[in-house]
Design a protein around this ligand. Structure first.
Ligand code: ARG
Length: 566
């Protein structure tokens, strides 16, 4: 695809302005409106070098410039030189590129030969997989897809919370009051009940805490009974989680969770010792981080058991050895900012030069309209229920809108789930937001169904118009303002994808495809497609095809489906 910005640079290089490439690039701006051009070259900073007023410089340079094939007009206004892209060239380069690359449009190979690990979702076993987990799950899955799309060898990791002192409690509770049959019928709720009961009873009877500690110790020492119970709890939990992953169409390459790293810790602790990082404090082992304005990292508790932090350190070292990653990405809520800053610093202090290839991608909180989520208060909303409710509501809407639709159930699933995913990804991830059913499921406004519906509309236009990919197209015919506007958004899609990757921010893609959707609907309302004459119809159908393709790619990168009929 033609890089018009680069062509601006080239044309200025050619006239011998005395400026080098980097200098020119740094002076290029995007004007606030297309009436003022697609790119502007600002001459203010040249006044010193040229010893002349900026508008005189602009005027002189503009006179020497020739737009060639790429620009239909180059205009000097005050201290600026404005470049207007040749619209036929623009249409041609974008549409040709979409035609050739198809659903790879917007991809590059910047990731070639590089490994990216994306760790996301990572729920705690024996605990509800609730609406609060949706963010990591959906943002992580999208980042996974974006990295893969840019050629990275990408792995999806689920760092299950399957270890820690709470399993001592669960095992102790199970041994006292548990019933395998009851648990298997409704694992998470029943395990949660046991956990809650244990805590209540422990308030009254301190000795229970010792029992829990005992069982966790046994687990760490690989006592057979403890291990078996733990394995069973892990299995039934994972089975529940997989229902959600199936609904969301998410697959992981590894479920190596916290437990996986438990036997890798002694070596790591020894290494910290050898490197002189450890200090004793009240019987525990810590690494002092005062110099870096952080509280100490707790490496080993006074009772000898290891900690969440230590497991993360061991996991990162293991991943480096195992995968030699280029980036090791963690999609985890902003409540854990300090935790990540601490342990990544520890990796740095251990002398590993890849410490900052470990990237924490934080996000804000989600809450429900009727209050916040809390496991403690027992007002949990299970993610599976939310997804199922979205599917059911969508099915109802479909039945009203399009009762004869084939495959209604399947489409309702794609749209219902898509609605949840899109709502999740539309906002900048760091912002807290309130989950709203009404907004999520609307077919209008900035929602998933709106984009999917527009994609389906484009599909149906192509079918009705008997579209053929190898039709000859006269790009010069696509000169309506609404056509050009749409083409501009398509042209910028690849940049939006790269920007999303660099900022770990899927919302950039979500927002960009909303812009494309709006521009498409505007075009659709002002430029008749099916009733247009011969060549114009072909050209417009080609634009419809291009839009449909880009919407599908964009939705796919968010982890959504693009049904052809709705
Ligand atoms: N299981 C943790 C939780 O639910 C999240 C794990 C995040 N990942 C990590 N490597 N620490 O809070």
């Amino acid at each position: 695809m033609i890089d018009f910005k680069k062509e601006v640079v080239n044309s200025i290089l050619e006239i011998d302005s005395g400026l080098d490439k980097e200098e020119i690039e740094s002076l290029i701006e995007i004007p606030p409106s297309y009436n003022m051009g697609d790119y502007a070259f600002a001459c203010f900073r040249l006044a010193k070098t040229f010893r002349k007023a900026p508008n005189l410089i602009a005027e002189e340079l503009a006179n020497k410039l020739d737009g060639g094939d790429y620009f239909e007009k180059i205009e000097n206004v005050g201290p600026y030189i404005n470049f207007f892209i040749n619209k036929t060239k623009l249409a041609e380069t974008v549409i040709d590129n979409i035609k050739t690359k198809g659903e790879k449009f917007g991809s590059t190979n910047i990731g070639q030969g590089r490994k990216a690990l994306v760790e996301f979702s990572s729920p705690n076993i024996a605990k509800p997989f609730h609406i609060g987990h949706i963010r990591s799950t959906v943002i992580g899955n999208s980042l996974f897809k974006i990295f893969k799309f840019q050629g990275f060898d990408t792995l999806a990791l689920n760092h299950l919370g399957d270890y820690g002192t709470q399993f001592g409690m669960l095992i102790a509770a199970y041994k006292k009051w548990g019933d395998m049959k009851v648990i298997e019928a409704d694992p998470i709720n029943e395990l949660l009940k046991l956990y809650v009961k244990f805590n209540e009873e422990a308030e009254k009877d301190e000795s229970l805490r010792d029992e829990a500690r005992y069982w966790f110790k046994e687990l760490e020492e690989k006592n057979e009974e403890a291990l078996e119970l733990w394995q069973w709890i892990r299995d039934v939990s994972l089975k529940e989680f997989n229902k959600v992953y199936d609904l969301l169409n998410i697959k992981f390459d590894s479920y190596a969770g916290e437990s996986f790293y438990s036997d890798k810790m002694p070596k790591v602790i020894e290494e910290m010792e050898d490197k002189g990082l450890l200090q004793e404090s009240k019987g525990a082992l810590i690494i002092d981080l005062e110099e870096y304005d952080m509280p100490p990292a707790l490496i080993k508790k006074s009772d000898g058991s290891t900690l969440y932090t230590t497991r993360d350190i061991a996991a990162a070292i293991y991943r480096k050895e195992q995968y030699d990653f280029y980036k090791n990405i963690y999609v985890v809520g902003s409540q854990q900012n300090l935790h990540f800053r601490q342990w990544i610093k520890v990796i740095d202090l251990m002398g590993y030069d890849w410490a900052y290839d470990c990237v924490h991608v934080p996000f804000g909180m989600v809450s429900l309209e009727d209050g916040t989520l809390s496991t403690r208060r027992g007002r949990v909303v299970f993610l599976e229920d939310v997804l199922k409710k979205a599917i059911a509501s969508t099915l109802k809407i479909m039945e009203e809108r399009n009762p004869n639709l084939e495959n209604k159930e399947e489409v309702a699933k794609e749209v219902g789930i898509g609605a949840i995913i899109f709502q999740e990804l539309f906002n900048n991830r760091i912002k807290d937001y309130i989950f709203s059913w009404e907004k999520t499921l609307s077919f209008e406004g900035e929602t998933g169904p709106y984009v999917q519906y527009t994609h389906a509309r484009a599909s149906s236009l192509l079918e009705k118009g008997n579209f053929k990919l190898d039709n000859e197209v006269d790009y010069g015919l696509l000169n309506d303002e609404d056509e050009i506007n749409l083409i501009r958004f398509l042209y910028k899609f690849p940049d939006a994808v790269l920007d999303a990757l660099n900022k770990y921010e899927p919302s950039i893609i979500a927002r960009h495809i909303i812009e494309i959707t709006k521009a498409f609907n505007k075009f659709y309302n002002s430029c008749p497609v099916l009733s247009a004459e011969g060549n114009l119809k072909n050209a417009r159908l080609m634009l419809v095809y291009s839009t449909k393709t880009v919407l599908k790619v964009g939705l796919g990168l968010l982890g959504m489906k693009a049904p052809d009929r709705m």
